[in-house]
Design a protein around this ligand. Sequence first.
Ligand code: UD1
Length: 369
Amino acid sequence: MKIVNVVGARPNFMKMAPLIEAMRAYPFICPLLVHTGQHYDANMSKDFFEDLGLPMPDVSLEVGSGSHAEQTARIMVEFEKVLLRERPDLTLVVGDVNSTIACALTSVKLGIPVAHVEAGLRSYDRTMPEEVNRVLTDAISDFLFTTERGAEVNLRREGISEDRIFFVGNVMIDSLLKHTRQAESSTVLEDLNLAPRGYALMTLHRPSNVDDRSSLERVLLAIASIQVRLPVVWPVHPRTRAKLAECGLGERQGPPAKGNLGLRMVEPQGYLNFLRLMENARLVLTDSGGIQEETTVLGVPCLTMRENTERPVTLEVGPNVLVGTDTGTIVREAMRVLDGQARPGTRPELWDGKAASRIVDILVARLGN
Ligand code: UD1
């Protein structure tokens, strides 16, 4: 049984690693790994392969950056050649990045079935490129593997038949639970001179936040207030770094002024370093999708700087709070956490480290027939 597995961008790698491992447990499965090259810097790609023990890709398409149309089209053209050569029984895609929709679409057009892992999440905000990728990928996939109950409801509402939907849990959490022990060996806290629970951790890369100067400024103003209470560590995504430079905002973040603990802008971190940073943070501020889920399992207070989330279970049972990008709201909610009023959370159903083997068992049962 030949399965072509697709990764392209940073959040794909930790979802794919447990799936490849689960496939390898079946001697008759031949898993091929294709990297589209949507992300290509070492700290956005290669470092994750090493940290996660993910095998090197069998095929690298090296498409690189571009407009949405350019990037998606380049992936499709190159991926079609791979499928024609390999003729797999299944293409497996994860998440909601451009590589996800590009490879799913290429595959179904060749009559090769598609499995989508992390299906059915909806922000109901079509200005997000990921939302368009999610809706379209789900519409054409044969196997829809969901992480939370609400995702099934979304898929049913879109007319997707019950026999294509499988609630299996969260493969990203499989990786998290597998690597928490290993992350303890990361020296990132010592390297950055941080005390456990003595800092806040921030990530910011959504186009709606960073491509818009005023929203970027509102967030930075909030951080200016928060870092008076505790240091804020900010691994800066390449998109954000470019926008900061373009807006002339980057150079404001110099050494901490007297009385301030400071904003520490650092390079994007590898998986194990970032996991250690998250686990030990007093507070996480983010606009990422996956980090909302990871902080939910780690029980670390998370303020999500977005107006909506496609992962509502993190609000319902986790410690996640939506704060948007209003400066006052971000600061108020951050202070609540720092004053000991964080919302407690519990772990969502089936986020137990076994999602990947559930998925592979289902694929074997269905495709084996
Ligand atoms: C992509 C995903 C987003 C995901 C994010 C995680 C889409 C539509 N977006 O957004 O869902 O949350 O990855 O990081 O698929 N760049 C580099 N080096 C790299 C990669 C990118 O410098 O290795 C720079 C390039 O200037 C590029 C920009 O970052 O133009 C944005 O990269 P791109 O892959 O287009 O989107 P992301 O913002 O990373």
